[in-house]
Design a protein around this ligand. Sequence first.
Ligand SMILES: [Cu+2]
Length: 490
Amino acid sequence: MLSRRAFMLSAAAASTALPTLARSQPAPAGPGGGDQPAVLRLHRRTIEVNGKPASVYGIQQPDGTFGIRTEVGKRFRVRVENRIDEPSLIHWHGLTPPWQQDGVPGVSGPPISPGGSADYDFPLRFGGTFWMHSHQGLQEQLLMSAPLIIRDQRDRAGQQEVVLTLADFSFTPPEQIFAALKKGGIMSSMNSPPPAAGSASAKATRPAAGAMPAGMAMGAKPDLNDVTYDAFLANDRTLGDPEVVKVEPGGRVLLRVINSSSMSAFHVDLGQLDGELIAVDGFRVAPVIARRFPIAVAQRLDILLAIPRAPAAHPVLAVLEGENKQTGIVLQAGRGPVVRIPDTAGAASPALTLDLESRLRATKPLKPRKPDRVHTLDLTGEMAGYVWSINNVAWNKDVPPLPLAKGERVELVFANRTPMPHPMHLHGHEFQVVEIDGKRFAGAVRDTVLVPPGRRVVVAFDANNPGFWALHCHLLYHLEAGMFTTLRYV
Ligand SMILES: [Cu+2]
C-alpha cells in the first residue's frame, strides 16, 4: 500500500487542476475559453443583529452578489480572492469537483493565504440548490458562506425563485464558544439575559453522555442545541426586520432553502401555504406536499409554492428544533399588509425525526446493486470534554483514510451511539439513503443525512470520483472536535 506521502505526491503529479495559489493579479483568461472566471471575494462586512453592529465574513462577487447562480452543463469557473486577514478555503458543498478543488484544508490542498487567490474549473454535472462555505477553522460560524444555485429544467419560465438562507449567530467569537464547550459549558439559559459581546454562550453543563449501545437512546429525550445563540438569521436578518420579497398574486415560487447554520436544525413553516417538496440537497424526489418540512444543518430543500390570488403577506418561518425561537422572511403578494412576527413561536417545536426521510423517494435512484464494500461508522463521543469521534477515534492527520476502490458500490452504515443528532456529509459524491433502522428502501439521493440519537442510517454511493475526500458530521463544533474522517482511492 502506498504511504500517504507517496500517494499525495503521485496524485499531485497526475493532477492538472490544482488550485493555484498566486498573489492577486488581474485575472487572466480562464482555462479553455476566452471569458473571465467569476470572482468571489472573501471579505469582512458588518451587518446589524438585534440592533447592534456585528462583524462577519461574506463571499461576494465584485457587483455585490452573494455566491453564484449558474447553469447546469456549464463549467464552474471561479477565482476566489482572499481579502481577509487569515487563511481561508471555500468548499463547494454538494458538488463533485476533482478532489484537489474540493476546498478542505489539509485534505484537498492548502488554504489560500491572505491576499492570495485560487482558481477553480470543473464541469457542472447536475443542477439544484447548493451552497459554499469556508472549511477553514470556525469561519463558517461568522457567515463565511453563500448560495450556490445551479439552474436546470426545474426553473420554469414565469416562476419566481426565492432563496432562503438560514444561519445561527452569536456575538461571542466562535473560538470562545468552542473553548466553553470543551470546558463543559458556561451557564446560559432561555431565561437569562442575552450574553454580552465577548461572553461565552455554550449550553449549561449536563450529564456526561458517554458512548451508549445502539438503540439505547431510542425514545429518550435527545440532546439538542449545544450552543445558545443570540439570533437566528434568514438572509442575514431577524424577524425584527425581516426581508420582504414581493411575489405575484396567483404566481408560482420556487423556494430554495439552505440551512447554512453551524449547529442549528429547523422546521420550515409555510403557514397556510401548501408546499410541494421537489428536491433535497439539489436532487429531485417524488413530490411531497406539506406545510412543515424539517431541515438539518447543511441540507437544502426545493419547495414549489402556489401563491394565492388574494393580496396577502405569507411568512415563511424556520423554527429552531426543540425550541420556540424562529426566524424567517415574508412573501408579500400584492398589497397584503406585512405584520410584525415575533421571534418566538407559540410552542417549542419537536426534535427532527426521520419521518420525512423515510418517505422520500429519489426520482433517479442508483441502479440496484449489491455493495462491493461496506464501512460501518459508529458516531461516538460525549459532552464531557466535548469529545466527538467516529468509531471512537477523534480525527487527526495520522488516522488512515477508509479504503475503497474505483468502480465499487460502497455503503456507509452510520450508527449513532450518542444522545445527539449528527448530520453526516460526504464530500465529492452524491449518495442515496437506502436503509433506516434495518428497513431497506430507495430513498432520496442527497449529500447530507441526519442520523438522530440511537438510529442507524445506511447510504450507498458509486466510487466514481477518485481522490482524497472528507466525510464528517456537519455540526461545526463536532467536526472541529474530531467527528471527521476521510476516504481515499485512485
Ligand atoms: Cu455531530
